[in-house]
Structures are given as C-alpha cells and as structure tokens.
Design a protein around this ligand. Structure first.
Ligand code: ATP
Length: 303
C-alpha cells in the first residue's frame, strides 16, 4: 500500500501546484471565469520590436451590450511618453488596460500600436511588447528567484539579478536567511505590498517591453511608500510608452498627459498643472487627497 501511496501523494501535490498556477494566471489578469476569446486574423502581422506608439481611436466598448462601459474614448500615447488615467472606481480605467492587452476587442473605433489596429496583429507579438505591473502581484509558491525570472523565463542569472537590483530588491534579498532561494507565495514568506510591487517591476524590467501598463494598487499608503512607488514607476516607465492607472494623484504629477474618466467618458485632460489651473474635477480630487494626507500626518504626529 505504501508503494501506491507515495506516487499518489506526488500526483496530488502536482495537481495542486498546477491548479494554483492556473488560478494565479486568471487572477493576474482579473479575468476569473468569463471572457470572450479573441482570435488572430488569418493574415495577422507580427508587431516589430522597438519603440511603440499607442492610440485609442474613438473607442467604444461594452462587456455586455446592454451596458456600455467606454464612450468615444480618444487619446494617444506617443512612443516613450506616459499617459495616466484617473477617475472614480468603476469609471473604466482597468478596462482600458484589458483592451490594450487585447483580452477583448473594441466594438467602436480601434486601438492602434504603431498605426496597426490590434485586430490586425498577432496576439503573441502584441503581448510580447507589453509588460504589466498589476495592482496585486501574483506570487507563485516557489523561490524568489523563480518569481522574478518569471518575467522572462530564459533570462540568465545575471540578468535576473540586474533586474532585482534596478527594482531595489537586492538589499531585501540579501537580508533573507535563504536569499534568492526563499520560498514566497501563499505557502511561503508573505511579502508586503511594496515588496510585491517591486517583484512585479523586476519582472517587467526583465521582459523589457516597449509598452508598460502600470496598475497602481488602491490600498492606502503612507506618504513614504507613496514616494517610493512614484520613484519605482518613473524607473519602470523610463524609455517606454506607459499607460498608468492611478489612484493617488501624487504619483502621476510628471505624466505627459492625465486623462480624467467619468462613467467611461473623458471629462478632462491635460498636464497636472493645467488640470489644477482649470479648477474642476481633477483639482477637487487633488484638494481632497491633499487634505486626507494632511489629516493622516496629523494623526501620525499626535501622541
Ligand atoms: P477601479 O478603480 O475600482 O479598479 P475601474 O475604473 O478600473 O475601477 P473597470 O474595472 O474598468 O473600472 O470597470 C468598469 C465597469 O465595467 C464597472 O462597472 C465594472 O462593473 C464593469 N466590468 C468590469 N469587468 C467586467 C466584466 N468582466 N464583465 C462585465 N462587466 C465588467
């Protein structure tokens, strides 16, 4: 019986590992169960490597035809520039990211990369060009090394270490008793939100994509962590075309353009300074966040 038990037990472990990875991938893209498959056109082109411009051209989109989520959304991100999207919860920010990664096709208008409609490109070449720093990074039940190398599985040890250094993870790893071999994930060491985000940045740097989607975590952060995230974002976006979904306006003050979405419509756009000067929605959001920050600082300093 023992002879039978060992292989069965091994199979059980293998099955759990496999299920865990599948769940992680689903969670990573926030898809869970339902999504429509998109397919490559028979004559689909491969997107060539190199700098990439992105254009959301009068995009209209609905997950369910009875409820339109995006209305005539029109903006461009020139190659190497950063556009940030802000807006209330449910305004459609993450939907823009899902459409750029082509999890769904738009129903009106088009999304173009270097002038090519996404529907005319192979999905593999498109997804190779895009790196995602998600809101909640998925960690696999494996070593830290594996978790970073996951950004590009054929990367060498030296490349993985360089990415970790750039994402400011090296000191953290050096302090761990098992270093790179530390197991993380649900059954290993639990990383803080900031550490997880740095793992995601190291993965993205390793992939070296022309386009970066940075989906900022929603959880409240102290102003020191907020500054660190801003620095990380600037680092990851440098030299790339970046779409940033922002919750804290202080992290996107340097964006080339800020788009304010409300119920799937662009209601304001401009640089941070231009939007403050307009004194409308963005300026109100900014004032509110400044006030919250001051209150948090007062609380911190009270005895
Ligand atoms: P948050 O800041 O809370 O992340 P968001 O601005 O990113 O919000 P989206 O996630 O883009 O908002 O969602 C926009 C709208 O689309 C929401 O009303 C949401 O309920 C709806 N939605 C999102 N995903 C799906 C889906 N798979 N099927 C149907 N509706 C969806």
């Amino acid at each position: 019986l023992i002879q039978l038990y060992i292989p069965l037990n091994f199979l059980g472990v293998l099955y759990r590992e496999l299920r865990q990875s599948l769940t992680d991938i689903e969670r990573m893209f926030g898809l869970m169960h339902q999504h429509r498959e998109v397919a490559d056109a028979p004559d689909a082109l491969a997107l060539l490597p190199g700098p990439a411009s992105v254009y959301f051209e009068h995009v209209g989109f609905a997950y369910d035809p009875k409820r339109v989520i995006l209305h005539d959304v029109d903006f461009a991100i020139p190659a190497g520039r950063t556009v940030a999207v802000v807006g209330h919860s449910g305004s459609g920010k993450s939907t823009l990211a899902r459409l750029l990664y082509r999890f769904y096709d738009v129903q009106q208008g088009a999304i173009r990369v270097n002038g090519h409609d996404l529907r005319a490109l192979t999905q593999t070449s498109l997804r190779q060009a895009i790196g995602i720093v998600p809101q909640d990074t998925v960690l696999f039940n494996d070593t830290l090394f594996y978790n970073i190398q996951y950004g590009r599985p054929d990367a060498s040890r030296a490349e993985v270490e360089a990415a970790a250094r750039a994402a400011q993870l090296i000191d953290f790893i050096a302090r761990l008793p098992d270093g790179w071999e530390t197991r993380v994930g649900e059954r290993g060491l639990k990383l803080s939100g900031g550490e997880k985000q740095r793992v995601a940045i190291a993965r993205a740097l390793l992939k070296n994509p022309a386009i970066l989607i940075f989906d900022e975590a929603t959880s409240a952060l102290d102003s020191k962590t907020e500054k660190a995230i801003q620095a990380q974002l600037d680092l990851a976006a440098e030299g790339r075309t970046a779409l940033v979904i922002a919750h804290r306006l202080s992290t996107i003050m340097n964006a080339d353009e800020i788009i304010v979405l409300d119920q799937g419509r662009i209601v304001e756009r401009g640089t941070h300074a231009e939007l403050l000067a307009r004194g409308a929605d963005y300026a109100r959001m900014w004032a509110l966040q400044q006030q919250e920050r001051e209150e948090a600082q007062l609380e911190d300093s009270s005895p």
